[in-house]
Ligand binder design. Structure first.
Ligand code: 13P
Length: 354
């Protein structure tokens, strides 16, 4: 075995580091608006709308024409392929609207999950074959970062060695290809909230998954300063009989040391309260920014208030949630102080696909 490898050129290192740092500016996080057409269909159905390309465009338009204040709380937006090439009513490309808000456009590059044969319902994520060409094109079209999600289930015998190893490897291969094309990879190994496991088990599994992921990133010579980690928060399973306070959960978190969390099916208020408690927790030193990269927990109230026609109401809800999470990323949120129209709604989805 040799440990020799070449670093990326000084120029590429500078570019990747610059993008990653701009995304984790203190008090800012990411809006994950990269729901695939299928997932968007479920969101639109919840407000009685048909899943057409036009309705998906009209909904995304309200997000990207929100008040400029959004740029104070949100540093990056993750887009789905279709959205990247859509335009507002007046013909302005969405990418341009996002840049006008001072927000960095990013793109989901994974192509969804497929089953691992012989496993207990486990998956890997596909999309590597033409990834290099797609990354090159996305970079030309204005994206500065990418996202790839893998999901692992906690059960009696899962996650298995195969699932942990395979998902770590595919994430590392994706990260390496993204960096070669100037995109900062968001590495997302999500340990799902599905199940009845307690906080201890969630913490142990998350730690193991992250350890495998970092070993794979190192094996693939990925330039770590030019990556962002998007992990699950360490939380008990959805059906766990033991209830924990956000402060109790926060202490478990810090043993893993993370960066921009996904919300994973928590309600809007829970996701904000947990992020706040993590940032307030003094039980361990926090060497990195700990912020948000939320999909459901930033948009549930926005789509509910929009209902297909009320852009202003939808945008006001988005801004409220973005501001609340910006405060939480600084540990300055007062629990319960920002009520959204979907505030306590359960956003958990079994077998969630993005
Ligand atoms: P949630 O915050 O809704 O879990 O989604 C974030 C995300 O980007 C999942 O891939």
């Amino acid at each position: 075995m040799t440990t020799y490898f070449n670093y990326p050129s000084a120029e590429l290192q500078k570019e990747l580091r610059g993008i990653a740092n701009a995304i984790v500016t203190p008090g800012k996080g990411i809006l994950a608006a990269d729901e695939s057409a299928g997932t968007m269909g479920k969101r639109l159905a919840s407000v009685g709308l048909e899943n057409t390309e036009e309705n998906r465009r009209r909904y995304r338009q309200i997000l990207f024409t929100a008040d400029k204040e959004l740029g104070n709380y949100v540093s990056g937006v993750i887009l789905f392929h279709e959205t990247l090439y859509q335009k507002a009513d007046d013909g302005t490309p969405f990418v341009q609207l996002i840049k006008n808000l001072g927000i960095i456009p990013g793109i989901k590059t994974d192509c969804g999950m497929v089953p691992l044969m012989g496993s207990e319902g486990e998956n890997t994520t596909q999309g590597l074959d033409d990834l290099a060409q797609r990354c090159a094109q996305y970079k030309k079209d204005g994206c500065q970062f990418a996202k790839w999600r893998c999901a692992l289930k906690i059960g009696k015998n899962t996650p298995s060695y195969l699932a942990i190893l395979e998902n770590a490897n595919v994430l590392a291969r994706y990260a390496s290809i993204s960096q070669m094309h100037g995109l900062v990879p968001i590495v997302e190994p999500e340990v799902l909230m599905e199940g009845s496991h307690d906080l201890d088990r969630a913490q142990k599994v998350t730690e193991t998954v992250l350890a495998f992921t970092y070993k794979a990133l190192n094996d693939h010579h990925v330039f770590l300063e030019g990556t962002l980690l998007k992990p699950n928060m360490v939380l008990p399973g959805q059906e766990c009989p033991i209830k924990y306070t956000p402060e109790q959960a926060a202490e478990f978190q810090l043993l893993c040391q993370e960066l921009c969390f996904l919300s994973g099916g928590q309600s809007e208020e829970e996701a904000t309260a947990h992020l706040n408690a993590i940032n307030k927790c003094t039980a361990a030193k926090k060497p990195w920014a700990l912020t948000f990269s939320y999909g459901r927990a930033l948009q549930a109230s926005a789509i509910k208030a929009w209902k297909g026609s009320d852009a202003k109401a939808g945008q006001a809800e988005l801004l409220k949630r973005a501001r609340a999470n910006s405060l939480a990323s600084l540990g300055k949120y007062e629990t319960g102080s920002v009520a959204g129209v979907a505030g306590k709604d359960d956003l958990f989805v079994k077998n969630h696909q993005y």
